[in-house]
Design a protein around this ligand. Structure first.
Ligand code: PMP
Length: 430
């Protein structure tokens, strides 16, 4: 078989190819595989990198923060000063524009939206839930858990395509200018989940300065992968809070991040950064929710990264472990699917995912075929609101968790299934 695009092949040639692929597929079935590429989790080797952090504190440690606050006791709702400084430096904001939270940024995002629904924001005429239908703009493909939050609160999701520069800004600007029920927009601005795209300077500038019909519109700026570079070539991202201030819209962005994929997912430290108005609004509401987050974990993280190991060096160790996995995905896709006209994929400089687009109508079939021979992929459609990919063509590849050998096997299965599903789809439409 030459690399002629499959669409251009005769029905007979396609049927021959399909028969050969199905024979390969049956071979996989006999292997009784049990491989999981479904979620973007760090591998056990990556988790090992952060084990020395657990030696930073012991029963002999001075547990006081630099302002004398005892981290073992209640208080300091906005976080200990050294943790606020650490995250303020990381996100290039001021220390009083930061609240250091608990173990999960998703938790902060959920609660921020819930506060919007129940109480509104400083400019809101009423809580969002009292303003009728509420809508969010959702760049797609995107992060399924963002969409799950919207679904939970009955927020209608409007899909906007994401390209290499970020979301389609013509469309975003048109939507927010005309509709005051659009209150928010999800953004994963760097090494986006799953497309890997980083928003261009122009995209950031347009997002902070665009005219919105709703005066309490917010950008939910989930900077989850801000330090997760794969190579020494880092995608630059414009500082959204500084740009928003310059555009006269300081309250528009709310930035979220965490150390989940830096240290330990589920036991990291999260952060929210925003204008002082927003921060004061959140602190007032949060003070009824908690007396303070886990300051011992904050202390442990800050002492590790400022006294033991710089963050950059730590992230390079992560990159060293996961870069070969990304390279394996890219070279396998090229080798097995390249030139056939049935697939395109992202080539990210960071983050946790590769986004694969195949023939329209073939993604669900691919994921089902893979599952049947023991390879679990992220559900088709997961990267779209309500779990429905309108073109049924996107598959999210999460290469970090499996070992290189497991990944190799899983990719062979994936590519076989992609080609089977694509040829069947082509034959059905011929
Ligand atoms: N945001 C994005 C874009 C993510 O991909 C993830 C993890 N998969 C999270 C947030 C979750 O972050 P956390 O562990 O801080 O809740």
């Amino acid at each position: 078989m030459t690399l002629t695009q499959l669409q251009d092949q005769s029905e007979e040639a396609l049927k021959d190819r399909l028969a050969a692929l199905k024979a390969d597929y049956e071979q996989y079935r006999t292997k009784k595989l049990k491989l999981d590429m479904s979620r973007g989790k760090p591998s056990p080797e990556q988790l090992e990198l952060s084990m020395p952090m657990l030696d930073v504190l012991s029963s002999k440690s001075d547990m006081k923060a630099e302002n004398g606050v005892d981290t073992r006791n209640y208080g300091q709702l906005d976080g200990i000063p050294e943790a606020k400084r650490f995250f303020a430096d990381l996100l290039e904001v001021e220390t009083d524009e930061v609240i250091v939270g608990g173990n999960s940024s998703l938790n902060l995002m959920h609660d921020t939206i819930m506060r919007g629904m129940v109480f509104g924001f400083p400019e809101s005429s009423a809580p969002w839930s009292k303003q009728g239908k509420i809508k969010f703009i959702c760049p797609v493909p995107g992060y399924d858990r963002h969409f799950a939050i919207c679904e939970l609160f009955g927020i209608e999701m409007i899909q906007v395509a994401i390209n290499e520069e970020g979301p389609d800004m013509e469309e975003v600007e048109r939507l927010v200018r005309e509709d005051d029920s659009i209150k928010g927009m999800w953004c994963v601005p760097k090494y986006s989940n799953p497309s890997g795209a980083t928003y261009s300077d122009e995209t950031v500038e347009r997002l902070v300065s665009m005219e919105t019909k709703a005066n309490d519109f917010r950008l939910f700026w989930d900077d989850a992968y801000t330090v997760h570079h794969l190579t020494d070539e880092h995608d630059p991202l414009k500082n959204v809070l500084a740009a928003a201030k310059e555009a006269g819209q300081p309250n528009r962005p709310i930035i979220f991040a965490s150390t989940s994929k830096v240290t330990f997912p589920g036991s990291g430290v999260s952060v929210i950064a925003a204008s002082r108005d927003n921060i004061n609004h959140f602190l007032k509401l949060m003070s009824s929710q908690t007396i303070g987050f886990d300051k011992i974990n904050q202390l442990q993280h800050v002492r590790f990264f400022t006294e033991v190991e710089p963050l950059d060096a730590h992230m390079k160790k992560h990159a060293k472990l996961i870069k070969p996995k990304f390279e394996l995905v890219l070279s396998t896709l090229e080798e097995k699917l390249g030139g056939k006209g049935i697939a395109t994929w992202s080539k990210p400089n960071g983050g946790y995912f590769i986004s694969l687009d195949i023939v329209d109508g073939a993604a669900r079939k691919t994921v089902t075929l893979a599952k049947e021979v023991g390879v679990t992929l992220t559900g088709a459609g997961a990267a779209f609101p309500y779990g429905i990919d309108p073109r049924d063509r996107n598959i999210r590849i999460a290469p970090t968790f499996p070992s290189v050998d497991e990944l190799k096997e899983a990719l062979n299965v994936l590519c076989t299934c992609v080609e089977i599903a694509s040829i069947e789809q082509l034959l059905a439409t011929k």
